[in-house]
Design a protein around this ligand. Sequence first.
Ligand SMILES: Nc1ncnc2c1ncn2[C@@H]1O[C@H](COP(=O)(O)OP(=O)(O)O)[C@@H](O)[C@H]1O
Ligand SMILES: [Mg+2]
Length: 464
Amino acid sequence: MSRSLRAELLGWLLLPLAAVVAFNGWSLHRDATRTADLITDRTLLASARVIAEQVKEADGRIESMIPPSALEMFASPDRDKVIYRVLSPSGELIAGFPDVVEPPMRPRGLEPAYYEGQFRTQAMRAVALAQPVISKVDGGNALVIVATTLHGRDRLVDEIWLTSLRDQLVLVGIAALLTLFGLRRGLAPLLRLRNELRSRNPESLKALDRGGVQSELRPMIDALNHALERVQAYIALQRRFVADASHQLRTPLAVLKTQVAMARRDDDPQMRGEALAAIEGGVDGMGRLVNQLLTLARAEPGGAALRKEALDFGEVARSATESLAGIAFDRAIDLSFDGAPEPLSVVGHVTLLRELVVNLVENALRHIPRHGAVSVRLAREGGQVLLAVEDNGPGIAAADRERVFERFHRLAPSTIEGTGLGLAIVKEIVAAHDGAILLMETQPPPGLRVEVRLPAAAPEPPPG
Ligand SMILES: Nc1ncnc2c1ncn2[C@@H]1O[C@H](COP(=O)(O)OP(=O)(O)O)[C@@H](O)[C@H]1O
Ligand SMILES: [Mg+2]
């Protein structure tokens, strides 16, 4: 499922805010009700006090006058109904409605008691107030109850809490809009990059413009540009390689064609035989070249997936060296092999590692004069396995030690067989095995010493 930055950010912003607003709404409503009740209660009490003051004995009877001011204080646009009831100390109704809501319990002492109840069909808030009456007839506390309907109170509550709630909702709405707006602005450079990438020529590997992009995104653009650069370099390398390879194949093909033409023309069987032998040599050379090109393709990063395994590099090097004994014999070269006493465990690709040794030893055998000497030595050096191939030929000048690793770069005269790919292949194989290679002079010169170091695998547990 694709995730939307917009939806995610809005979700993170709006859901918690909605919860906060809901809680605020609840607590605002509670506080507003408290405030409105307090105001209602004040009015109720004031009204009850005015009425209570008028309760007195006259002509041996307790009576109560209801002054108009006692009820006027409730005047409001809400037309709340106000009712009252006054009971003499003996419980006789002396004013008001008989069925005004009774307090749940009588007020204790002279403290007013506030309560809510139902009067006929209407919810009311009421106060009950005890009023001491001095009288010989009916002494004690008279009870004054004043009650009012709740329209005014409810409107006040709504006014207080709905206004606050609306303000908060507006705030949340503004926050959401600003977030969307900010995202739109923030994402604009990315969208511009996307459009630029979409509309660009498929071959273009030009770096992306990082101007106008936020600092947080710059590392990403830089990484992308870096990757593009590498792709560019890689493609250039491949192009050159293909061009070089076809050039390398075209020359021997042209030579072959002339040789074939000559063999056709020649009637002398001996000359014809020589021409055919030359053709065979040419075909062999081309076969070698094609094989080396394939090895190179395989050793390259991203080439055929390398299946590596633990192997004894000493054994691989020994058999590779042995396979070259024929060349050493033909050129009367003293080829010596000096293996390590213990197995040299390495995690690697057996065919490629064999190719590495063959290329180095074959170079030594071919690039030195006849009757020379070549030694192959193996050793374990700490966490590494060392392969050293030494010869007593002309060596490679320090200035050329980098360039000989380039593909098709040869210093040797064309009389010496070769494709110029050997050291390039060796370099790729060493890299594919996280190793290192070094060319140096022999001690004493002249001669070439090639050192290859590969990371050693954990040694095999000793038998038994
Ligand atoms: N042991 C060596 N002694 C002297 N020169 C060497 C030796 N090995 C390689 N070279 C030089 O490095 C060049 C590149 O080697 P390489 O890539 O194997 O190509 P090739 O052997 O096909 O010419 C060779 O042409 C040769 O000039
Ligand atoms: Mg070579």
